[in-house]
Design a protein around this ligand. Sequence first.
Ligand code: SF4
Length: 175
Amino acid sequence: MNCDNLTALVVHYLVFGSLPAVDKHLRPKFAYGKRIHDNCERRGHFDAGQYVEKWGDEGHRLGWCLYKMGCKGPETFHNCPTLRFNDGLSWPVMAGHGCVGCAEPGFMDTMAPFYRRLPAVPGFGVESTATKLGLKVLGVSAAVFGVHGIINLFRNRNVIGEVESEHLDNENRES
Ligand code: SF4
């Protein structure tokens, strides 16, 4: 337990004379009410499909998402990303290591092995998927507009041809 959370719990009891609201595991909600994944500073990279693939690779140096390295943030509820450790200095994900899920019941059996990627996390690379989808739609649109343009070109050529032959007919009649 983070000692800031422990202190907050004690102070809550001293001030209000009761314990704070708890979740189904009897953990105080102020500390365990939010998913790490939803408050993580690397979340934008998760949504963008930018993942560390190997320790020390470029993505790791750039602070990309640690999901593929086994981060358990998507299944762990705690306020580590906002409270952090050591007077708010840092926390594991900020330092470059995935969350190991130590706040969850049954840890560590339920979270081991630490470096195995969690299966089926919703929203995996959602923005990059949207981008790919957008590019496909763009490609189809470009193809449709291209075909439309070619048809118009032939139509215009026919119209020009008709105007030219009409003009020639008129000239022949007048001469
Ligand atoms: S998977 Fe881990 S590193 Fe990636 S956004 Fe979620 S909590 Fe952060």
